[in-house]
Write a protein that binds this ligand. Structure first.
Ligand SMILES: Cc1cc2nc3c(=O)[nH]c(=O)nc-3n(C[C@H](O)[C@H](O)[C@H](O)COP(=O)(O)OP(=O)(O)OC[C@H]3O[C@@H](n4cnc5c(N)ncnc54)[C@H](O)[C@@H]3O)c2cc1C
Length: 401
């Protein structure tokens, strides 16, 4: 039988981990990983944290060292993107006209920063953050800028604000909602992040509508002008689905896949930020733009490519580090009717639980560690819990019923 050829499109964490999983599972055919960035696949969380702060160099972020790819016989095609998938011929075409035939194909094309429909949002010198070069050019501004404006109080905007403050730069954060992270955390928990940034002298302006953006400042809809030495826009990311759409795959807020990460074409799977996967425990499609998902989906994608039965059932998990606040979040709070706190919210040392009908949907531990597994067990338990026991720090989480 001819040697099997697997192609991975996307040289990020999900793509690199899928290559690793395929070899771990004993695949001895050809693996080609095509990535449009010229760097070895790397992890992005440090781009808004230690790399932005100048504390982590490029090499420390790579998923595997250069030598790993040769040792595992993985062919890297970096610096040129795939421009087309020919499903009938089982072939991907690269932007330089070259191509690769595949038996199975993984799409791990990630996401790109959203550009808000605001005048000047695409102007040269207005910063977005997704790639190494973006992080380094924002870091360069810290050396000379005295005032940074951040548009969007989501995770990335807030992490950039924290890094800038720690570099001694004055920061204004503009957010159109009434609280930072309101959509993700809800009104009970989001104030924690407003207080955190205000305690570090961030000028946090909520309910602010930006009408115009320029590299040297912004204008609000009410006419207020805010001058700045640099502007960073962090208003979310959109999945890179263009290739899949052009190939006629089913796409809806990401490439639609089942729990085995199979697309509407049985020879094509998708994983990572670009995949909108059916989640059997949540009972719905979910697209997760987080690091842990780009780690846990590739083994499932690899198994599916190898014809093995696999299902991705990990709960969404996310972490952030801002100033001296470290946080982990697990679960999906959609539809919650109550939030229960355990610990000291004012001291930023607590766990928050999102409940519906006294069942735990999600939990967030702030500066409290080694509790993710018991929180997952509470979410997975699906039985109602006693909210008073949940709130009682004297009662071990494993004993909450
Ligand atoms: C600044 C920043 C900070 C973050 N911090 C955290 C954090 O603290 N915690 C957390 O849980 N998550 C965090 N994340 C999210 C996490 O990094 C992502 O979930 C993860 O990178 C997703 O990996 P991926 O491989 O799916 O996609 P990506 O990392 O986006 O990789 C996809 C790759 O595919 C390439 N590509 C796209 N189209 C093509 C094509 N046609 N041909 C070839 N290549 C293509 C892209 O250029 C990219 O290199 C952060 C993300 C960013 C940007």
């Amino acid at each position: 039988m001819a040697q099997q050829r697997f192609v991975i499109v996307g040289g990020g964490l999900a793509g690199a981990k899928a290559a690793e999983s395929l070899r771990d599972k004993g695949f001895d055919g050809k693996i080609t990983l095509v990535g449009d960035e010229r760097h070895l696949p790397y992890e992005r969380p440090p781009l808004s944290k230690d790399h932005l702060a100048g504390k982590a160099d490029r090499d420390s972020m790579t998923v595997h060292p250069d030598s790993w790819y040769a040792e595992h016989d993985v062919t890297l095609a970096l610096g040129i993107g795939v421009s087309r998938i020919d499903r009938d011929d089982h072939r991907v075409q690269l932007a330089d006209g070259s191509g690769h035939s595949y038996d199975k194909l993984l799409l791990a094309t990630g996401a790109s920063p959203r550009r808000p429909p605001i005048a000047g949002a695409g102007a040269p010198g207005v910063h977005y953050l997704r790639r190494i070069e973006d992080s380094e050019s924002i870091r360069d501004t810290f050396a000379t800028a005295s005032h940074l404006v951040v548009i969007g109080a989501g995770w990335i905007g807030l992490e950039v604000a924290a890094a800038a403050r720690q570099a001694g730069v004055a920061v204004t954060v503009l957010e159109s909602a009434e609280l930072p992270l309101l959509r993700v955390l809800g009104p009970e928990v989001a104030p924690v992040f407003a207080d955190l940034h205000r305690a570090h002298d961030v000028d946090l302006r909520l309910g602010a509508n930006v009408a115009q953006i320029a590299p040297n400042g912004v204008k609000l809809a009410d006419g207020t002008e805010i001058a700045a030495d640099a502007v960073v826009v962090g208003v979310g990311a959109a999945p890179n689905t263009q290739l899949a759409e052009r190939a006629g795959l089913r796409v809806d807020n990401g490439i639609l896949v089942d729990d085995a990460l199979r697309t509407s074409d049985p020879d094509i799977v998708a994983a990572g930020d670009v995949a909108n996967a059916f989640h059997p425990l949540l009972g719905k499609h979910t697209r997760v733009e987080h690091w842990a998902n780009a780690l846990s989906q590739p083994p499932v994608a690899a198994a599916t490519m190898l014809g093995q039965r696999a299902s991705h059932e990990d709960l969404p998990y996310f972490f952030t580090d801002q100033y001296d606040l470290g946080m982990e979040f697990v679960g999906d709070p959609t539809g919650y009717d109550r939030v229960v706190f355990r610990g000291d919210v004012a001291a930023r040392e607590f766990i928050a639980f999102w409940l519906k009908d006294n069942r735990v949907l999600a939990g967030m531990n702030v500066n409290v560690w080694d509790v993710v597994d018991p929180i997952k067990a509470l979410i997975g338990g699906k039985a109602p819990v006693d909210p008073e026991a949940l709130a009682d720090p004297g009662k071990p989480l494993t004993a909450v019923e």
